[in-house]
Ligand binder design. Structure first.
Ligand code: FES
Length: 148
């Protein structure tokens, strides 16, 4: 049912955790299942130097976030915007249809984190719209809740 790549990223997720002094943080919820995803970014000279995620999501959300963070690490902001859920799904050799909504969390949280970064640094990122789903918990890591 799941590809080997999905199973690998689910069993050994890359970039799971948080960044305490993140430059941008995006938190989104999945309207279909109520799960939550948060992505943290460190950006320097327009390059994503570090990226981490935490989630209340299912295995498919973990695998897609793991792959999405791998795909954007070391990339420019413009390149990161090209990492859509479709690109992530392709990199994972697909997901069962009923789990595709889970893959949206990574793309949306990434965009929300980039939006947060742009807001905090007073810049405009071409092609990036204000995320509708950002639930706005920009506490930069001093969580009192655990969302792994
Ligand atoms: Fe909620 Fe997968 S079921 S993210």
């Amino acid at each position: 049912m799941y590809s080997e790549k999905v199973m690998d990223h689910f069993s050994n997720p890359r970039n799971m955790g948080e960044i305490n002094d993140a430059d941008g943080v995006g938190t989104v919820g999945n309207i279909k299942c109520g799960d939550i995803m948060r992505i943290y970014l460190k950006v320097e000279d327009n390059i994503i130097q570090e990226v981490k995620f935490k989630t209340f999501g299912c295995g498919a959300a973990i695998a897609t976030s793991s792959m999405a963070t791998e795909l954007v690490k070391g990339k420019t902001i413009q390149q990161a915007l090209e990492v859509t859920n479709k690109a992530v799904l392709e990199a994972l050799d697909g997901l069962p249809k009923v789990k595709v909504h889970c893959s949206l969390l990574a793309e949306e949280a990434l965009r929300a984190a980039l939006w947060d970064y742009a807001q905090k640094h007073g810049i405009k990122i071409d092609g990036l719209k204000q995320p509708k789903t950002d639930i706005g918990e920009h506490d930069h890591g001093d969580d009192d809740e655990d969302i792994y």
